[in-house]
Design a protein. Sequence first.
Lengths: 630, 391
Amino acid sequence: MKTRRVVSVLALSVLLIASMSLVAFGEYNESPVLQELVKSGQLPPVAERLPKEPAVIEPIDEIGQYGGTWERAWTGPSDRSGLDRLTSSTIIECTLDGQDVQPSLAKGWDICDEAKVFTYYLREGLRWSDGAPFTADDIMFWYYDVALNDQLSPGRLGWAAVQGEQGTLEKIDDYTVRFVFAHPNPIFPQRLAWGNEQYMPKHYLKQFHMDYGDAAQIEEMARLAGFDNWQNAFHAKADWLVNLELPSMRPWIPVTSATESRHRMVRNPYFWKVDPEGNQLPYIDEVVHTLAESAEVINLMGLAGDLDMQVRHMSLVNYPSFMANRERGGYRVVTWRPALAADPGITLNLTHRDEGLREIINNVMFRRALSVAIDREEINELMFYGLGVPRAATVPSSSPHFVPEFEQMYAQFDRDQANAWLDEAGLAKRDSEGFRLRPDGKRLEITIDTISYVGPWIEVGELVAEYWNEVGVRTQLRVLERSLFFARVNANEIDASAWSIDWSLHLLVTPRRYVPQSPNGSRFAPAIGTWLATGGTSGEPPWGDLEKVLDLYEEAIVTADAIKRESLVREILRINAENVWTIGTVGETPSTLGIGIVKDYFKNVPNDAVSEGILSTPANTQPAQYYMIP
Amino acid sequence: MFFTQNPEDNLAINDRQKELLEEEVDETEEQFYYATQWQLMWWNFRKHRLAVGCGILILFMYLMVLVPEFIAPYEPSTRNRRYANAPPQRVRLVSDQGFHFRPFVYDLTQEIDPETLQRNYVLDKSTIKPIRFFVRGVDYKLWGLIPSNIHLFGVDDGMLFLFGTDRLGRDMFTRVIYAARISMSIGLIGVFLSFVLGLTLGGISGYLGGRVDNIIQRIMEIIRSFPQIPLWMALSAAIPPHWSPVRTYFAITVILSVIGWTNLARQVRSKIISLKNEDFVVAAQLSGTSETRIVTRHLIPSFMSHIIAVITLAIPTMILAETSLSFLGIGLRPPVVSWGVLLQQSQNLYALTQAPWLMIPGLFVVVYVLAFSFLGDGLRDAADPYGGMKR
């Protein structure tokens, strides 16, 4: 198995190299803006700025044209993840459909020794935006001097560790790095493609680092810049949106402060991706983010045709307005597919503090009954214009782990069945108002907690509460402020919650929705998440099927054999589906990062793409190859 | 002018003076000087036409929210898939067949634009739905006691949406009426409690002075020195989690008023201190009037206008602020229907572009708040009966 994987990867690399040699080397083209600079001697020629083998990006529709200013909007520095994602540049990256990873800064890789050793081959001649060479030292610097430096990063780097043992990183030569783990770590490539920082410009940042520079001088510098200590000063210097001097590998680099009303990013002259004809990417010269007061304002700007292309913040509820206004606004509307299992899903607290309620919630018949009591078609029609998929909360169809059979399990609306199952679950007795009584004689009451969000969680929560009231389970919805919600979850003080079941594309990379592994992310068993997070000092130890999926997950993440690993993941999904730990509603809805405004002159934007945090969408659609017809 | 605020207590006026007066004043003026405080206020208030009108309007609104189940044709949570996001229906008298004596509406047919997914509603002119009064509809229990199913108005079969519907197809008219019940009652209970506490304790403190004053003032200072946010957070943790949002909000307003009375109490106290050595108070004391009577009949009425101003300002603030406590999980949030909640739901692009009728609750808040302001204005003028007297 191992050899087969290595062979396939090597074959892929060879293929890529072969395809790259087709590019007429030495005849690269560049933006006219840069040509001017080359002519005036301010920049070296394009062939010297590009690596020996640039990454070749196949454009979505056609070869583009240079130039243009891409108008976007954001809500300010708190909304930075939109910019982080847009310009994300990683060692390896996710494919458009999110199923696999592809070369990026690394042109290829080897995986050997039962997925314990990962060797990445960097492109030779990569350069930072200031022209300095990008080498293995920059990755070594980030790993050992920043990410694993006790003073700079007190928490360990969880995603580069297996079973608590940190991986080691070796520099083989200037263009080769090797991650070595004590145990098999087959999901490491997915984690690497997702990670946001995996390298840092050593040549620039070492002057601010205690281990490299003069201690007194660094402290003095930090103090003068207004920081308490050198660590904070270093983090600020290493932040690409804060420090405009920071050398970068991103397609566009900022030239204005993040607090400006028009935040400008200009093209990186050393960007290392080209199209198949040897045109250096990105096509677009400049990206401008206008500061907007709120997401509502951004929607209004989109409607007015003031944005060239934007998916972030565009709200599904405005879809008909966007569509009706297409001609006047001069744009089209794209609908991407967020990898959402449910929007939102309802989780009942299996580790509830109240013994009586806990016993009821832990009865699988009760959870199945509540699931079939929900009219998902109606939710889809009323809240999502029918654009979602009424389904159970298993992984979305865009996931490599998707099993069609689990999608509709206990997801058919059937009120009579729900009532029958509830009666069977020992809840047949009702009070004078028609609500069911618990075996201990009290009225069965459930509160669903949620927050106010872009997605219609409140409305869907209201509907679910009504469906459950209709089968005699007294349910009310409570809308909390976000941090109060999490405080309640962490304290194990919730009955049920309504929250989107996101992070469900790659179950092993982000298992929280299916494995009770996170105290506030796995809301079907918060006390178990707390137990695991605190090393057993609080919360409660896992039991029953919850323990079983934890064991399966622990086994799967160290199983190098892909087929065996997949069968373990499916077992986790089967247990989830049968237990209905999370009650699904409508999934794959384009309510967040789902619909986008694209101007008619703005090209190479895919009509269909999988949208997910783990893929840094829109990074998986390669924004560097978007172009604008002048 | 040697008359005091309250003529009926002017026992010290000697007969000669009285005779002189009687010579001068005609009958109506005589009536004026011998009228009680309340009569004076009423006469003055009556002159303030706008205030009277607003008073009647407010009375009418309260009558309406007393029986929302009867006034509203549906229940606030009744959803209707076929009429999601429907515009308000126009009440008509003329159809293709001519004039109708009974107002009617046309039924609406939903059409979903396959491309934009916009829900459009077309009038179904073949169906004339006459609006009838006292129709039978959803069952309800008035005040939890009287079971009934008679609603003030409605159509026989089909639906009637005077203010349109929201995204779930819930009747906005019904929701506005039910929302009024919560917004016009619960928030005001807090204002009322603050008023009673502030007036009583401030009055006692100012009038008695000395040790009692000292104790009350120190208690007030302790209460005022509590930092509010941590206190609210502690309260939000203390309130049982299974309480309904309305009950929680009620508890919070009561607790807030227990803390919030100190402001008014201070104002009342200082007013009383400044007034208690005035001649008319001394006169009342000398003529053996009891202390309670002096405070309630002589002191408080003399600064009633000030108190009315404070309260009329507090009421709109309370209504507009009902949702702001939500950040601690103790304010009003959906599924509760209150004016604040309905307004919050209409503050977006969606309401503006696709469902402007969702903003109708705003109209009600404006009317209610303005009506209260004008009423307060009239009351304030009336409470100062000699203020406008030009002699």
